[in-house]
Design a binder for this molecule. Structure first.
Ligand code: PEP
Ligand code: MN
Length: 342
């Protein structure tokens, strides 16, 4: 259910409606828009008995939301969400025309490797650095990440290069730490339906980058984002990273058609990750160009100073020179579409 407020409704009127909703044992989510505020209602098991809600001062109407997802959908918020990520070198905007490039190694391996990657990322003009301190690996014998030591290296990168930090949390314990150190909390594909972790991310004070599960439908992907938002964290950034198919020429099949599908259904920004989406170094730049052309709100790219020596995902990591080229191609395509690389 959605309560639409008048364009000139006062703050007190919005607050009074929220209090009435909460007094019914439900949760109110005020969503300011350019024209008016709407208030999403969640927490109801069936139809909401609104009582006299629609006759309260400032209320235009109460309308049912037809989709299974509520806060994520355009019915509740027609305008694009523009995420603002504060970094030491100023705000990075994602969505609504602003493209964000998130880049860095799959895993933080040591101080020198992370600093060399950060140097390359900054030199090419990207402003968000991503590196895993906690790695969800298929094999328990593979490199699992440096944990807290990795987060501390990321904090040094942040300070030394002015880059915002994006890093993955794999469970509740790591999320507590990631929330403290990172500017954006990544939830990986394998955790897209870890509902208790999604709820914990929904209570975090930092934006969440949510990757699509490798077999998730559009609705499942959006419902995962709904879990985060329903707990009160509205700063969610979606990321397409490829799905499992019969194709064996790539690690995954990058589903670029999900970008316009997400943008039609939801106001949330969506990034594309051609690194995991293809798993092959030589396919990352072509698919990056395609992702920008299809209208993605940004890219997530694995960049490593020496990909052949990488401790994880070396096959899909590109070296600094290639990343530089990728950025210049992406800028050209973005400008044709009147979009700006942030
Ligand atoms: C990653 O981003 O390094 C990662 C493990 O990605 P995904 O969750 O998409 O597999
Ligand atoms: Mn990786």
């Amino acid at each position: 259910m959605l309560v639409v407020m008048q364009a000139n409704a006062s703050e007190q009127e919005v607050r009074a409606v929220c209090e009435r909703i909460e007094s019914l044992g439900l949760r109110a989510h005020p969503i300011p828009g350019s024209m008016r505020t709407a208030i999403g209602i969640t927490g109801n098991k069936g139809a909401v008995d609104l009582g006299s809600l629609d006759s309260m001062p400032g209320v235009v109407e109460c309308i049912p939301v037809s989709k299974p997802y509520k806060l994520v959908g355009r019915e509740v918020k027609p305008e694009d969400t523009v995420l603002v990520v504060p970094t030491p070198s100023g705000d990075v905007r994602i969505g609504g025309g602003a493209l964000a490039i998130v880049a860095g190694p799959c895993a933080v391996e040591n101080h020198d490797q992370a600093f060399a990657a950060a140097e390359a990322v900054r030199a090419a003009g990207a402003r968000l650095f991503r590196g895993g301190a906690y790695k969800p690996r298929t094999s328990p014998y593979s490199f699992q990440g440096l944990g807290l030591e990795g987060l501390k290296i990321l904090a040094d990168v942040r300070k030394s290069f002015g880059l915002g930090i994006v890093t993955e949390a794999v469970d509740h314990e790591s999320l507590d730490l990631v929330e403290e150190y990172a500017d954006v909390i990544q939830i990986g594909a394998r955790n897209m339906q870890n509902f208790s972790l999604l709820k914990r991310a929904g209570r975090a004070r930092k934006p969440v980058l949510l990757k699509r599960g490798m077999s998730a439908t559009l609705d499942e992907f959006l419902m995962a984002a709904e879990y985060v938002m329903s707990e009160g964290n509205y700063n969610v950034l979606l990321c397409e990273r490829g799905v499992r198919t019969f194709s064996d020429h790539t690690r995954n099949t990058l589903d670029l058609s999900v970008v316009p599908a997400v943008q039609r259904a939801s106001h949330l920004p969506i990034l594309v990750d051609p690194s995991h989406g293809t798993g092959r170094r030589q396919k990352v730049r072509p698919l990056s160009r395609a992702a920008v052309a299809v209208g993605a709100d940004g890219l997530l790219i694995e960049v490593h100073p020496n990909p052949d020596r990488a401790l994880s995902d070396g096959l899909q990591s590109i070296p600094p020179e290639e990343f530089q080229l990728l950025m210049s191609e992406v800028r050209q395509i973005a400008s044709v579409l009147s979009r700006e690389v942030n």
